[in-house]
Design a protein around this ligand. Sequence first.
Ligand code: ADP
Ligand code: MG
Length: 256
Amino acid sequence: MVNSTHPEAPLGLTLSHIHHSYDMPAGSRLVLDDVSLDVEPGEFVALIGPSGCGKSTLLRLVAGLEAPDSGTLLAEGTPITEPHPSRIIMFQDPTLYPWRTVRGNISLGLDIRKEKDPEAIDAAIRLVGLEEFAAAWPHQLSGGMAQRVALARALINNPRLLLLDEPLGKLDSLTRLAMQTELYRLWNTQGFTALMVTHDVEEALLLATRVIIFSPRPARVIADISIAGTQPRNRDDPALQKLRSEILNQLEEAMH
Ligand code: ADP
Ligand code: MG
């Protein structure tokens, strides 16, 4: 752990019969349709579904940024009613402050809480391998490095649940492969539960312990697949290739 003051275990989630809709000029738009999902502490769950089906909405509800129309969301048995540093959400865009250095961006959460903990900042910088860039400015970073800063900024809070919304979606393919390994290593060593939206089925199969597939909007859970074997997995594993085409078929069928 980056900061030993929060030695808590990874967080489990219970989502029961979640319905959620948005008010649109033409009426109400249903986005989540009776979504129920249990996540065990320490799982790495990948969420896959057609664009616009409601995946980001689901992450926002779990983050406590929005409340569902109906249904319950529990984190370790406690209702989720607002954001909490134990549940951190990370987006595709690293959204770094251009006027803060790498170090300044990583320490943001501590600065807001007026906590001084230079050792925790150093540890977070080391965790993502950016020691030589601690004093660099965001415009001097590659996309992969910027995403590492965003990861360190999240991890300095010692999240017990990391919510990842297509975190590698904007990276070029080589950087993406490197960052997949990096994400796996952080999940494997830092003791958080991971809930990751991705549109990359291969990425889901490499990293996740379980893959949830959603229907087109309104999102319903159409498949819940546990991935056997230990990570990191081999991309060329024939069993994974087979699972990959099965999942793509399910997504294809759901679209019709
Ligand atoms: P996904 O992440 O699966 O692509 P989202 O959860 O972002 O999907 O969005 C699901 C649906 O809800 C989309 O049709 C989107 O346009 C709509 N939506 C998302 N956020 C809002 C909002 N704040 N107001 C109105 N509609 C929204
Ligand atoms: Mg989304």
